[in-house]
Ligand binder design. Structure first.
Ligand SMILES: [Zn+2]
Length: 212
């Protein structure tokens, strides 16, 4: 099982994961007509509605921001993310729409905790990520973490709110946490299961002897 790609709802985008049915679906945009006490006042530039082609529900947008439904648009955590880190991740999901910078601060903290869970020291995130790269984490992920200032010269201290963080950073961090979990926890777990199920015990002894 791999991480399912998630495209968050964005203003005027013609396709994203629907806030009602969650499916990635085509989205059609329109402008609601203002009608008050029999008077008709046409459309307003600031108001937009968007219809999901799959479930046919309408989301409502004001000044480029989705105001209905008021839901968590960030992706769900990888089920293999340890429970205590999942709490930070869920809290970040709850506030991501209203406070993306607050969510980003929580997610940087979650990555630090994830490093500690993966056997790293959990003190210096640069060193921890470099060590995980030696253990098989793709270097591309390290580079992505540099861009969103989890590691590198411009890294922000985990848990600290940085006013320079752009809203998109939170969304990248949700994805990166899920990918790190997938590569460092989910995949090794599945490989162990396959190994356990398909290789007869006699052969396992021989392999273990060979590798010892
Ligand atoms: Zn839908």
């Amino acid at each position: 099982m791999s991480t399912i790609p998630y495209t968050p709802p964005t203003y005027q985008s013609t396709g994203f994961n629907c806030p009602f049915c969650n499916a990635f679906a085509k989205q059609d945009w329109g402008a609601p007509q203002r009608s008050v006490s029999g008077g008709k006042y046409g459309a307003d530039e600031n108001f937009r509605i968007c219809r999901c082609s799959r479930c046919e529900e309408f989301s409502i947008w004001i000044s480029g921001k989705m105001v209905h439904p008021n839901i968590k648009t960030a992706p769900l955590p990888n089920p293999d993310l340890p429970d205590d880190i999942k709490k930070d991740y869920e809290e970040a999901r709850c506030i991501a729409n209203v406070s993306p910078r607050g969510a980003t601060a929580l997610l940087r903290l979650a990555i630090q905790k994830l490093c500690a869970h993966l056997g790293e020291k959990g003190k210096n995130i640069n060193e921890d990520i470099a060590s995980l790269v030696k253990k098989g984490l793709p270097v591309k992920i390290q580079q992505a973490l540099d861009v969103v200032r989890v590691v590198g010269n411009n890294a922000v201290h985990p848990g600290q709110i940085d006013l320079n963080d752009k809203p998109e950073v939170a969304n990248s961090l949700f994805g990166l946490i899920n990918i790190i979990t997938e590569i460092m926890i989910t995949q090794p777990k599945h490989i162990s299961e396959i190994y356990k199920n398909v290789i007869p015990d006699s052969q396992k002894d021989a392999i273990e002897k060979r590798d010892s």
